[in-house]
Design a protein around this ligand. Structure first.
Ligand SMILES: Nc1ncnc2c1ncn2[C@@H]1O[C@H](COP(=O)(O)OP(=O)(O)OP(=O)(O)O)[C@@H](O)[C@H]1O
Ligand SMILES: O=P(O)(O)OC[C@H]1O[C@H](OP(=O)(O)OP(=O)(O)O)[C@H](O)[C@@H]1O
Length: 232
């Protein structure tokens, strides 16, 4: 059996992941046609490449179908409630940096903190008969953060993309999403609460704590660790 490395198959993380491994003398490449999700690893014996959606890599690590995987801290913490028992961070890769934040309309001049949001949420429910809606795809992290912060009257609504647009579209009153430059928030007239940072994320190489390792794989794991040490 080979040691399996899962990496994002497209998008912002893929190329930078390939560049990062290049520096360790490990060449990841896509094979086949442009559309084919097939890949190979050169420069190290006994490893194979699995191209996956960044969002699915946490689950593949947790079930042990891959030994290593590259994905954001945000996705691991969101998708794996018991992540510390299932995966181990091996290296922060220095890209894909983004903050998961809670943001409200800029027009809400009196709302700057979670306490303010809690007051507005209670008033909102009394006035509209339903809870203040917060759009996000990070349901677990956002719910935990709000409950810890003492915000009670809210409802999470699912948004898998273009989350900042939900306020203008009137499907939510506030949002929780990833921000990097802040441009998308500004363009959609949203502001981050002063205590609204939920999580700082970056692309990270994770090791599965449950993937099976036999004698044959152990030598490969040692070679891999030596190569990684060279880039850190
Ligand atoms: N604007 C951004 N700048 C930097 N990193 C970002 C940004 N937006 C998202 N990310 C990070 O990129 C990673 C993948 O994000 P996302 O969930 O959007 O996946 P994707 O690239 O759309 O791929 P897929 O849909 O196939 O899972 C996440 O860890 C996220 O934190
Ligand atoms: O702070 P910024 O630099 O503007 O980046 C933040 C945006 O980037 C991501 O969206 P993405 O481009 O992945 O599109 P999506 O809305 O479909 O997730 C994220 O969901 C934000 O919307």
């Amino acid at each position: 059996m080979t040691v399996k490395l899962g990496v994002p198959s497209k998008g912002r993380l893929m190329e930078k992941t390939f560049d990062w491994f290049d520096r360790a003398g490990i060449r990841l490449k896509r094979t086949g046609s442009d559309r084919e999700y097939a890949g190979a690893i050169e420069g190290i014996e006994g490893m194979s490449l699995v191209l996956l959606s960044a969002g699915e890599i946490p689950r593949e690590l947790a079930t042990g179908r891959i030994h290593f995987g590259v994905t954001g801290t945000d996705l691991v913490h969101e998708k794996l409630p018991l992540w510390e028992t299932q995966v181990e961070p091996v290296a922060e890769l220095g890209f894909g940096q983004a903050d998961l934040v809670l943001a409200v309309p800029q027009l809400w001049v009196d709302v700057d903190t979670l306490d303010d949001l809690d007051a507005v949420a209670a008033a909102f429910r009394a006035r509209h008969g339903h809870r203040l809606r917060i759009a996000t795809k990070y349901h677990r992290l956002v719910r935990e953060f709000l409950v810890r912060g003492g915000v009670a009257d809210f409802a999470l609504v699912d948004s898998q993309g273009a989350t900042e647009g939900t306020v203008k579209n009137e499907t939510a009153e506030a949002i929780a999403d990833i921000t990097s430059t802040g441009e998308t928030l500004r363009a959609n007239h949203l502001k981050i609460l002063s205590d609204g940072l939920i999580l700082k994320s970056q692309a990270t190489l994770w090791k599965s704590r449950v993937a099976q390792v036999g004698d044959a794989e152990r030598a490969t794991l040692e070679r891999f660790a030596e190569r990684l040490a060279a880039v850190q």
